[in-house]
Design a binder for this molecule. Sequence first.
Ligand SMILES: Cc1cc2nc3c(=O)[nH]c(=O)nc-3n(C[C@H](O)[C@H](O)[C@H](O)COP(=O)(O)OP(=O)(O)OC[C@H]3O[C@@H](n4cnc5c(N)ncnc54)[C@H](O)[C@@H]3O)c2cc1C
Length: 501
Amino acid sequence: MMRNPPPPPHLVIVGGGLAGLATAATLVDRGLRITLLESRPRLGGRASSFTDPVTGELVDNCQHVSMVCCTNLDDFCRRVGIAGLFRREPTITFLGPDGRTSTLRAGFGPAPFHLGGSFLRAKYLGWGDKMRVAYGLARLALDRDAGGGDRRDESFADWLWRHGQNVRTIHLFWATVLVSALNERLDQMDVGLARQVFVDGFLMNREGFQMEVPSAPLGELYGARLETWLRDRGVDVRLTTGVRSIDADEDGSTVRGVTLRNGETIDADMVVAAVPFDRVGGLLDPAIRGRVPAIEGLGRLESSPITGVHLWFDRPVCPLDHAVAPGRFLQWVFNHTALQGRSPKGGGQYLQVVISASYDLAWMSKEMIRDAVLADLAEMWPAAEDANLVRWWVVTEHGATFAPRPGVAALRPPQRTPVDGLFLAGDWTDTGWPATMEGAVRSGYLAAQGILEDLDRPARLLRPDLTPDRLAGRLLTPQADSGGLRFAPDFEEVSPEPAGG
Ligand SMILES: Cc1cc2nc3c(=O)[nH]c(=O)nc-3n(C[C@H](O)[C@H](O)[C@H](O)COP(=O)(O)OP(=O)(O)OC[C@H]3O[C@@H](n4cnc5c(N)ncnc54)[C@H](O)[C@@H]3O)c2cc1C
């Protein structure tokens, strides 16, 4: 008599942010039944949009950008067919406190010296400042153990003082780059992560620093399009479906499934908890928690806020596509009329302003934040003074990212847990990356790799870092002595898909 084949293993993913989406996207078509449960009415998590109740248009919770060095996010976007919906910016434009513009672009010379020409021409730093910064950069880049050893608790601000930096260079150079990259103040920032931003982002590869800016709202990219893509491939995507608990057998050694907030239970062979770090402990039943000691460490992780300000003007104000504003209240301006072709009804301009690590704004009302931003814009571009503000939003995400405080690496758990069938994913898990979309996707890929290993179908899903340019690789990587590169190319190839999927 013919026997029915065993049913495919059932994977439940809790959380439809980029970590959960990346897990699902890499595991479709691999013989699993996949259910994705998201408590909100949309996918995308922290990288998403809300609908403006007046105009009905999608407004991002905040501008999200990535860099070319974000190889796994790029892989994810190609995999799900949205890679064509980003615009690469080969040049970063700075508008100094005195109103003069400087640009950062790769010039002659190999990495790590490719940005040297732009740096030397930067108008918002004097020659003395540049020499000082160059010295600090060299020390940071060549100290591969920065932030390690017995200085694990040192903040990056203290590291900078120890390496000859002064208030001007810290304020105008180091803070300008790092506060937005890591969403943290320098006096609370981990040295190792600060080094990683400069080395992997700016020094290793000629293109690594270039920005990828979405040309569509986040709600379309990681919301509507992902939902369709996953559903078309058989994933059961359930929105507005909050999970109350992740359940295990009596001794907590093997995962059994989940219980929803409405009391429904769903059996599963494997569960990925892809929720924010401050939610995961509350989801695990006590028997599981006792077996995953790393969960206790999450209680010591802290959050860092980001404020996004959306401004619709009745006329053009900003002549650039984007601008970094060293030494100002606002940090970045993105011109969404230029980047996404979006403007108020009847013409004008739509700007998104970003203020990272916005702890100091906690006492300010939304109107005060708006007015401080408008005052900066009027100093940067006089047209802003005459323009009428048609509409505005100030959105502060208090738990935008985990705070990259000194020694934070020790608090980040791996994706595999000691409980059979239970995996963790999220930008806060141990990926070596700060809280970014790249970190979230990496965590999802690592969780998916663990699942495939358990099913005896191992595959390398995690993409390697950007290949260091030859000289940068020799100078800056741990294998510098042997001149070797860091990764063997033993990952699965993903063929590019056309945009729009
Ligand atoms: C304002 C802001 C600006 C940012 N800017 C950038 C940037 O420019 N570049 C960059 O790379 N990164 C940026 N980030 C960080 C980036 O958004 C995050 O690192 C990334 O999106 C995290 O993805 P995640 O999947 O780990 O978590 P999340 O996106 O938080 O996803 C977790 C999901 O789990 C769901 N959930 C929670 N509890 C439950 C439950 N009980 N049941 C079911 N579902 C549940 C949540 O609703 C959420 O959708 C920014 C973040 C913010 C907030």
